[in-house]
Structures are given as structure tokens and as C-alpha cells.
Design a protein around this ligand. Structure first.
Ligand code: NAP
Length: 342
């Protein structure tokens, strides 16, 4: 049975579907995934009671919105469609025009949640909120959201909108705990929602990756979490996830998701590379962790101190060099012999 978080008269499934993977080259899932699996993920999710489907105009440069749009034809009333404005120039007329474009790719008359993808440090938030207010007035947007905003920025956005900004979509998981400090308490106190992105640490918390099994080439090569040093540091947290998973007959990924959505006013939007993963993620809504499980996971998460920020750059550069050298080596090996004498 899916659980839902209710706020401001809306209902969002505790587990939603993240769709950055749909049609995005950086995930490397290929054309078959974009053509068939992605759509199946959405339809299966709706069959299982998920209503929150999160996309963005930037994902696959519109491809993700188009795939979601095709998948929800005839099922509009079952979906809470969330998309995002990429805020290169977050001015009112641009927000208004881009919302129309997104709605058209999604095939909807109304976007349930229209989010500002990032705060833009070069622009004040007032103009984009003016655009959002206009979009709400004309009925193209039901609720306004933000993403990657800190608490001050979220509250300022609300002042400029003159109304609640329903949600803030931020990185939140056992390996990204910053929202615990201010954003989650604010959502709980004020009836807002934190939408947890990368709730599986981009797959790290699924337990498939370790020092000997790094993720395939793609977006995760730029994520410091997957540096060898951090994979080593994550071992105790992954061991805790595995033990608790075994006790519940669940998987580490399901336990990681259950930990996130155990927090009131928090929903999670894991991405999935297969329908089977989606099904497993949805089932995490049924997993009841005990207070002891929760405390143990929280302590293991507290003890995980990955190398991040500028300190992670030398490792990322070294990993990139090693990959380039391996690719060059592979190319040399597969190149046909050339008869230089001709
Ligand atoms: N607002 C923002 O700035 C922002 C930023 C990032 C993401 N997002 C949104 O959040 C969504 C989710 O974040 P994310 O994709 O970065 O990270 P994530 O959900 O933490 O990780 C997704 C990846 O984890 C693996 N996985 C999924 N289910 C699994 C399972 N049951 N068992 C084992 N592995 C599993 C899959 O990769 P493999 O199978 O390839 O290992 C999948 O692609 C995105 O799709 C996007 O909609 C928003």
C-alpha cells in the first residue's frame, strides 16, 4: 500500500519517480531504455499507486518531459506532475514561456508542481516568483516549488510569491544529511514538503558498488561519493544497511529509502534503471523500520565522513586520468594493424 504525504490540500506518494535518467546521455542507459523502459517505469509506478512523477526541462533537453507525457496519456488524474524551470535567466516572462513549453511536452493543461531548479546567484528571486504567481493565476501551475534552496532562500521565495512555496527538492539521504538541520524541520512545522533527490546516493546505497565494482562510466564518475576512498569509507554504513535489510527480508536500497520517508513531510524520488528497481523502490513504502533500526542507520550515517568539495578534486582528476588512459589503451588494442609500407 502506497503512503502519501498531504500538504496544502495535495497528496504526494511517499515514493515518487525520478526521471533525470530518461533520455539523458549522462546516465548512459542507452536508446532502448529511453524508448521503452522509461515509459514502462512510469506506467508501472502509476499501477502501484505512485502519483508523484518528477521531471525537468533540462533532463535530456526536454526528452524526459516528452517520455513522461507519453506515459501518462489517459491517466492524467492519477499523476501529480512535477517539473522544473532551468533558471538561466529567471525572469517573469521567461518563466511563463518556459512553463507553456514544459506543459506542452508533458501534454498537460496544468503543471501540478512547477519548481525553480536552482537559485541563480546572479538574479534576485522576486522576478521569477512574479512569473510563478502569474502562472498560478491563469491556472497553468497549481503549486510552486523550489529546488536546491537553503532555508533563507526558500522563505524569501515565499515572501516574494506572497504564498506558500509548497516544496523544496534537495539532495537528502543517508549520505546527504544537511536537510536535517533546517529544511526538514521547517517543512514539518509549516506544512511544506521536502522532496528528497538522490535518496539512494545515486545508487551507492543500493550496495552494488564497492572498491572492486565501481559504477559504469557516466554521471557518477563526477560524484565524489564514488571515489575509491569514499567507497572504502562507506563500508560500515553499507554493512549496517545490509544487516537491517536482512532482518526485514528487504534490500539495502529499500532500507535506505525507508529511512528517508520515515521523516514526516518528506517524500523521495529515486531514479531507476529498470522496472524491477522501480518495483523494489515502491515496496520500500511498506517497510516499517524500528526506532532502533533508525537510530543505528543515523549513527552509521553520522560516522560516514566522505571526502567532499575541493578536497575531492584531486581524486576526481586522478580517476578521470586513469579512465582516459584505459580508454586510450583499449583503442590501441582494438585498432586494426596498419601496413605502414602501404
Ligand atoms: N533537483 C535537482 O537538482 C536534482 C538533482 C539530482 C536528481 N534529481 C531528481 O532525483 C531523482 C533521483 O536522483 P538520482 O537519480 O540522482 O539518484 P538516486 O535516485 O539516488 O539513484 C538512482 C540510481 O540508483 C540505482 N538504483 C535505483 N533503484 C535501485 C534499487 N532498488 N537497488 C539498487 N540500485 C538502485 C540506479 O542506478 P544503477 O542501476 O545504474 O546502479 C538508479 O539510476 C532524479 O531522477 C531526478 O528526478 C534532482
Amino acid at each position: 500500500m502506497m503512503r502519501y504525504v498531504e500538504a496544502a490540500g495535495t497528496r504526494m506518494s511517499a515514493i515518487g519517480v525520478g526521471t533525470w535518467q530518461f533520455g539523458s546521455k549522462e546516465w548512459g542507459y542507452g536508446p532502448d531504455y529511453a524508448r521503452t523502459t522509461a515509459r514502462e517505469i512510469v506506467t508501472r509506478a502509476l499501477d502501484l499507486g505512485v502519483n508523484l512523477v518528477d521531471t525537468a526541462e533540462i533532463y535530456g533537453f526536454g526528452q524526459s518531459e516528452r517520455i513522461v507525457g507519453a506515459a501518462i496519456v489517459g491517466r492524467r488524474d492519477q499523476v501529480f506532475v512535477a517539473t522544473k524551470l532551468f533558471p538561466v535567466a529567471p525572469l517573469a516572462p521567461i518563466a511563463e514561456w518556459r512553463a507553456v513549453e514544459s506543459a506542452s511536452r508533458l501534454g498537460v493543461q496544468e503543471i501540478d508542481l512547477y519548481q525553480v531548479h536552482w537559485p541563480n546567484p546572479l538574479f534576485p528571486v522576486a522576478p521569477v516568483m512574479t512569473g510563478m504567481a502569474a502562472l498560478q493565476r491563469i491556472g497553468l501551475v497549481r503549486h510552486v516549488g523550489v529546488s536546491n534552496f537553503n532555508l533563507l532562500q526558500w522563505r524569501l521565495a515565499e515572501r516574494k510569491l506572497g504564498a506558500p512555496v509548497l516544496s523544496n527538492q534537495v539532495q537528502y539521504s543517508l549520505v546527504a544529511r544537511k536537510p536535517d538541520r533546517e529544511l526538514v524541520p521547517y517543512a514539518q512545522a509549516e506544512g511544506r514538503v521536502v522532496i528528497a533527490y538522490s535518496p539512494l546516493g545515486q545508487g551507492l546505497l543500493g550496495g552494488r558498488y564497492d572498491v572492486d565494482h565501481p559504477p559504469p562510466v557516466g554521471v557518477r564518475n563526477n560524484n565524489p561519493l564514488f571515489l575509491i576512498e569514499n567507497l572504502e569509507r562507506a563500508a560500515p554504513l553499507l554493512a549496517a544497511l545490509r544487516e537491517i535489510a536482512a532482518a526485514h527480508g528487504a534490500t539495502p536500497a529499500q532500507v535506505a529509502l525507508a529511512w528517508v520517508i520515515r521523516r514526516p513531510n518528506v517524500v523521495a524520488i529515486p531514479g531507476a534503471s529498470s522496472v524491477a528497481q522501480l518495483e523494489a523502490n515502491v515496496a520500500a513504502a511498506d517497510l516499517d523500520l524500528t526506532d532502533d533500526d533508525d537510530a543505528r542507520l543515523t549513527a552509521a550515517s553520522d560516522a560516514f565522513t566522505p571526502v567532499r568539495g575541493p578536497a575531492a578534486l584531486p581524486g576526481l582528476i586522478a580517476a578521470r586520468r586513469a579512465r582516459s588512459a584505459a580508454e586510450a589503451e583499449a583503442e590501441t588494442q582494438s585498432a586494426p594493424d596498419v601496413d605502414v609500407a602501404g
